[in-house]
Design a protein around this ligand. Structure first.
Ligand code: EPU
Length: 435
């Protein structure tokens, strides 16, 4: 883990960023597709992979399991998991990344057993795994716990298809049980599935490679298992969708501090809620097939934009991962906005730091806060608390008056590749200092 920090010279409310900023591949799609390599007997080829620290961590976990990973280009890699045979997830690595839990589905389905620690990741709430354990039991597995580890064993070494109703829509549960269902014996029916595009990205690739999955992008997904027969990709390529959270954060930045900014290599269809919310608040946004433009914005006063309430929701609702960047937006527009974070109870922790920068904020409880704008933000030294809030601090520092220091850049590096280089190209004065 690096101890780098960012030094940012604030624009003091001036809107003068210009140029083009590209969006890289989606972390939360790439990580799950890497986990899916366990289902394959041949090489899986990946494109549009963001080379961020979470991808490195997933590569390390897979290598530890016995997979062979080769970086084949700037944004591409191959994974061959044929020789993987270890069924125990490395404790230290898995405790650092929530996405590691997705490996439990394919490992259990292929080898009949898996053991793992409680998965880690950003501290944004309790993040239980009860639904994973319940689902595996439904598929005929026995679950035990010892020494801070979970041990799961399929009866007779084979997972059985089952009907699983998720009590809450969950991204990683939906993905894990799609992967488990693909190799299980018989039919698996998943109900109340999450609808995030990263899930469809994964499922559509599996279908291309021969998996029998119906109902992708709907709340009920049916999988006809192969009974243990591994998939073959036969050279097909997993193309990672663009990161909608990165694109959305750039759009918020373009609105607050940009004159003419074009966000390229993105998928605007995955950002409808943000685009709609910003337009209702008064922002002029031009949407093209794979890009979003905010043009001639330099003369638009942020105070002429209006407050808007935000309630986070599963896709296609407002993403919890954009809640913190959006809070920065709300500090600059006129009126009172309420933020209601419905998914994670720890995801408003950053807000007191925005208050330290000068935002007018009232926190009602761990899920709700009110922001009154517009207020001038002042540069400060800030300790990024997690990946998405870390990026929100960068946005706040860019629009603030004076200089800011953002510590804990390693959180930002988990999800955003070379963010400072891309920001510098549109005119942000940001510098990484190795510490
Ligand atoms: N939940 C349970 N039991 C479980 C699993 C989840 O109660 O067994 C609850 C969670 O506590 C939460 C809700 O279900 O209240 C939904 O959580 P979900 O399982 O969807 O979250 P996740 O799969 O752990 C993924 C992303 C997050 C993103 C959320 C919501 C990955 C690796 N992570 O998390 O991304 O915020 O979906 O969209 O895909 C990030 O990238 O920074 C990040 C945190």
């Amino acid at each position: 883990m690096n101890k780098d920090l960012f030094l940012i010279k604030g624009l003091g409310g001036k809107k003068k960023l210009n140029g083009t900023i590209p969006v890289f591949g989606a972390k939360n799609a790439a990580l799950k597709a890497m986990a899916a390599s366990i289902l394959f007997k041949d090489d899986v080829k990946y494109e549009n992979i963001p080379f961020i620290s979470d991808i490195e961590m997933m590569s390390e976990i897979l290598s530890d399991l016995g997979a062979e990973i080769e970086k084949t280009g700037k944004y591409s890699m191959n994974i061959n998991s044929e020789k993987a045979k270890k069924t125990e997830l490395d404790r230290n690595l898995s405790k650092r990344m929530r996405a590691s839990v997705v490996l439990t589905g394919p490992i259990l389905a292929r080898f009949g057993e898996v053991s793992f620690p409680h998965p880690g990741g950003c501290v944004i709430g309790e993040r239980p795994i009860d639904m994973f354990l319940e689902g595996f039991k439904k598929m005929g597995a026995e679950v035990s716990e010892a020494g801070e580890k979970y041990y799961i064993k399929a009866k007779d070494g084979k997972l059985k298809g089952a009907e699983i109703f998720f009590k809450m829509q969950s991204v990683t549960n939906t993905e894990t049980f799609i992967l488990a269902g693909v190799l299980a014996e018989g039919k698996t029916v998943l109900k109340n599935c999450a609808l995030e595009p990263e899930i469809s990205n994964l499922a559509e690739f599996l279908i291309e490679c021969g998996a029998k999955i119906k109902g992708v992008s709907t709340a009920t997904i049916e999988i006809e298992g192969t009974g243990g027969k591994l998939l073959e990709s036969k050279g097909k390529v997993f193309k990672t969708i663009p990161d909608r959270i990165e694109a959305g954060s750039f759009l918020i930045l373009a609105t607050l501090a940009g004159d003419n900014i074009e966000i390229t290599n993105c998928e605007p269809k995955h950002l409808e809620i943000l685009i709609d919310t910003l337009r209702r608040s008064g922002v002029k946004i031009d949407v093209e097939k794979n890009s979003i433009k905010v043009s001639n914005n330099g003369k638009v006063k942020n105070s002429s934009l209006t407050a808007t309430n935000i309630k986070t929701h599963e896709y296609p609702g407002f993403p919890t991962d954009l809640q913190a960047p959006m809070a920065v937006y709300l500090t600059q527009v006129s009126g009172e906005s309420v933020i209601f974070e419905t998914i994670f109870e720890g995801r408003l922790n950053y807000i007191n730091d925005l208050a330290r920068m000068g935002a007018d904020v009232k926190v009602w409880d761990s899920h709700q806060a009110m922001i009154k704008g517009p207020t001038e933000l002042k540069g400060k030294e800030l300790d990024g608390p997690d990946l998405r809030a870390g990026l929100a601090y960068i946005l706040a520092a860019i629009i603030a008056k004076g200089n800011s220091v953002i510590n804990n850049v390693h959180f930002v590096d988990r999800g955003y590749e070379k963010i400072e280089e891309r920001l510098q190209k549109i005119g942000v004065e940001i510098e990484r200092v190795a510490n």
